[in-house]
Design a protein around this ligand. Structure first.
Ligand code: ADP
Ligand code: MG
Length: 258
């Protein structure tokens, strides 16, 4: 599942990290791929990095084995992360001249057998460049976090058109499966208006769970933690746990229908 929205600061990384930890805490085997050169997901998952650390860059550009780059996340059994380093900032350009430049991540996933992992979550950068295209080609589903703020839907149309392009040319399996409303401030009428508008637009795709704005959520990464481990009883942690439960039930229903 790719977590994507080319707008920055809408909660992609926070969602990736906290859903991944929630799913792993319930016994799912989960891999997080950090595809953002900023490496915020790696930091939040406690991945220590130095200037010469191996990262997803070495997989995409230098063909290193993805499995060998995946590291266990400290204190969270069943969770692994392929970290990002700042090298990845150059990948967007370096990929241009490589063969099969759009499908390098997809090919890298062949390092895993299909039944070895329950979920792979890809944290996308805030752009629609080749890194995001690699995520869209490698995944089956897209989760779009939408921040409950003014201009929430700005850019979403462009994202949808790009997903459609990838579907028609590169990955027929691709589907937008999930919309998650983030940073919801129940005290403002604006937030509830945005939530209503998004539900009107996307209907059933929108998870019932709203992630509230919560200081604990924003504090957790500076301790190299998810909010799930940093403050499990906080409103943000409870919401992400609930959102993960919704995802898991949907996945179960899908498998049941196959
Ligand atoms: P993106 O990956 O889309 O750029 P982030 O997940 O990094 O967005 O979130 C942007 C900022 O908002 C971060 O500082 C993050 O800690 C903060 N944030 C995200 N979700 C919440 C929330 N539910 N409550 C409070 N702050 C949040
Ligand atoms: Mg991010």
């Amino acid at each position: 599942m790719s977590v994507a929205n080319q707008k920055g600061g809408v909660g992609k990384t926070t969602t990736t990290v906290n859903l991944a930890v929630s799913l792993a805490m319930h016994g799912n085997r989960v891999l997080v791929v950090d595809l953002d050169p900023q490496g915020n997901a790696s930091t939040a998952l406690g991945m220590e990095r130095t200037a010469d650390s191996r990262s997803i860059y070495h997989c995409l550009v230098e063909d290193e084995n993805l499995r060998e780059l995946a590291r266990p996340v400290p204190d969270v059994p069943n969770l692994w992360c392929v970290p990002a380093t700042i090298d990845l900032a150059g990948a967007e350009i370096e990929l241009v001249s490589l063969v099969a430049r759009e499908s390098r991540l997809k090919r890298a996933f062949a390092a895993y057998d299909y039944d070895e992992l329950d979920y792979i979550l890809i944290d996308c950068p805030p752009s629609l460049g080749l890194l995001t295209v690699n995520a869209m080609v490698a995944c089956e589903e897209v989760l779009i976090p939408i921040q409950c703020e003014y201009y929430a839907l700005e850019g979403v149309g462009q994202l949808l058109r790009n997903i459609e392009l990838v579907r028609s040319h590169l990955n027929p399996e691709l589907a937008i499966s999930t919309i998650l409303l983030t940073m919801y401030d129940g005290r403002t009428r604006l937030a509830s208006q945005v939530a209503e508008e998004v539900r009107g637009h996307f209907g059933e795709l929108v998870l019932k769970t709203l992630v509230p704005r919560s200081v604990r959520v924003s504090e957790a990464p500076s301790y190299g933690q998810s909010v799930m481990t940093y403050d499990p009883g906080s409103t943000g942690a409870v919401a992400y746990m609930e959102a993960a439960r919704e995802l898991a039930f949907r996945a179960q229903a899908l498998v049941g229908n196959r």
